[in-house]
Design a protein around this ligand. Structure first.
Ligand code: GDP
Ligand code: IMO
Ligand code: MG
Length: 420
């Protein structure tokens, strides 16, 4: 069977930390979508590490880590990540596996991402500029190159053919940057990629399941950034929800057991797009400061706001969430009052549903207020010892979602997590 850990908001919910916490329970950990747009933070021997494409189980001895076919892979970024792993003494040549069906991000995909964003002006998505959108476009357009292709003796001619296609698109954008240096680095990184364990990901994962190995699928981004159910067009280009596990790894829906959804105790978003509960006041500033809300991949300040139960209930529904992990509860320690959005008012009508095209509507969140706990919870080890105001806040959220919060994370450290 396979368990899933994924984000229920707009990304950065703490997936890296939570996967790291659970990693020792699993034999295989696999990424099923996204690419280097992700930044998953964990602490190893007290040192901060941000993983972008490699699953967050890579530091656990004996765990196998798979980059699945649903991912779009940047070989240059992968090589850099592997160098960091080596500095920690991780033998990634033994524990990292890459599906031969994984799509490659080319330097021209990154150039196209930059050109496309520039051309959008005020309506830009706020992409991480890692080439994600253009790489997925080439996948669905049936033009893309895959990891398995790097072993093909005709790889260079396939590359040139696609590169010429991209050049025409870049010319349309009047794109002027010289990317020849980037391409040279890229070809060196492909040599490195060739030397890694390239496998048939779907056989790899199904064999592990058949052998009763414990498998964990690690989501990237968040459900509100999903290509179908997120705040389109301000989304990423992959299927970030639980359904993406099946197509992104090649496993049957029957094999999925737990879907563990992560939410922050509040909400953040980085990049453009609608965010009904966003705070533009001193509370938003306080959350950003106390939560250190700056992007792990781009360093951009994250937009901060109150927890949005309308959106959360929607993403729990779409994913079939069975357990919730609430992270960063400690960030709210200082607040006198907390707010929870329970419905939206749109054109004078109240709704508890996520509407089509949120960005075109004037959405007013309707809040319920809660008393803050005003206590440092970061050192607390047991559920019973949490302040009663906080237990009240959590139990209210559980009742609304009709799903239990099984774990509360009260700090960035791997051990700062409390089972309810
Ligand atoms: P991911 O993309 O979902 O893996 O999340 P990120 O790593 O981008 O961002 C989460 C940030 O919050 C990281 O800096 C984590 O170290 C930090 N973090 C995770 N859980 C907690 C928590 O419970 N409390 C605090 N204060 N920080 C946390
Ligand atoms: P993790 O896995 C937060 C956002 C970008 C932008 C939009 C599209 O760390 O939670 P893209 O580069 O995918 O074309 O950007 O999606 N975005 C993320 N936001 N966390 C992420 O990943 C993200 N990956 C992409 O900011 O708004
Ligand atoms: Mg992140």
């Amino acid at each position: 069977m396979i368990d899933v850990i994924l984000g229920l908001q707009w990304g950065d919910e703490g997936k890296g930390k939570v996967v790291d916490y659970f990693a020792s329970k699993y034999d295989v950990i696999a990424r099923f979508q996204g690419g280097p747009n992700a930044g998953h933070t964990l602490f190893v021997d007290g040192k901060k590490v941000v993983l972008h494409q490699i699953p967050s189980g890579i530091f656990k001895e004996g765990t196998k880590n798979l980059i699945g076919n649903g991912v779009v892979l940047d070989a240059v970024a992968l090589q850099k990540e592997c160098e960091i792993l080596a500095s920690f003494g991780v033998d990634y040549r033994k524990s990292l596996f890459i599906s031969d069906r994984t799509q490659l991000i080319l330097p021209t995909h990154k150039a196209l991402d930059r050109a496309s964003e520039q051309s959008k002006g005020n309506e830009k998505i706020g992409s991480t500029l890692k080439g994600i959108g253009p790489a997925y476009m080439d996948k669905t357009g049936r033009n893309g190159l895959r990891v398995g292709d790097v072993k093909d003796k005709n790889f260079v001619s396939k590359y040139i053919k696609l590169r010429l296609k991209h050049q025409k698109l870049l010319d349309n954008f009047s794109f002027q940057e010289d990317i020849s240096q980037e391409e040279e680095t890229y070809f060196n990184a492909l040599e490195f990629l060739r030397s890694l364990n390239i496998v048939s990901g779907e056989y790899f994962i199904n064999q592990a399941i058949d052998e009763n190995k414990k498998v964990l699928a690690e989501g990237a981004q968040g459900s509100m950034l999903d290509i179908d159910f997120g705040t389109f067009p301000y989304v990423t280009s992959s299927t970030t929800i639980a359904a993406g596990v099946c197509s992104g790894l090649g496993v049957s829906p029957h094999k999925i057991k737990e879907v563990i959804g992560i939410t922050k105790a509040y909400c953040t978003r980085v990049g453009g797009g609608p965010f009904p509960t966003e705070l533009h006041d001193e509370f938003g500033e306080l959350i950003r400061k106390n939560g250190n809300e700056f992007g792990a991949t781009t360093g951009r300040p994250r937009r901060c706001g109150w927890i949005d139960l309308v959106a959360l209930k929607y993403t729990c529904m779409i994913n079939g969430v069975s357990k919730i992990v609430m992270t960063k509860a400690d960030v709210l320690d200082e607040l006198d009052t907390l707010k929870v959005c329970e419905s939206y008012t749109i054109n004078g009508e109240t709704t508890t549903h996520v509407p089509f095209q949120m960005d075109k509507l004037d959405i007013k969140p309707v809040y319920t207020e809660f008393k803050g706990w005003k206590k440092d919870i970061s050192g607390i080890k047991s559920y019973e010892s949490l302040p009663k105001e906080m237990l009240h806040y959590i139990s209210h959220i559980n009742d609304y979602l009709k799903i239990k919060t099984h774990y509360i994370s009260n700090g960035p450290g791997t051990d700062q997590i409390i089972e309810a």
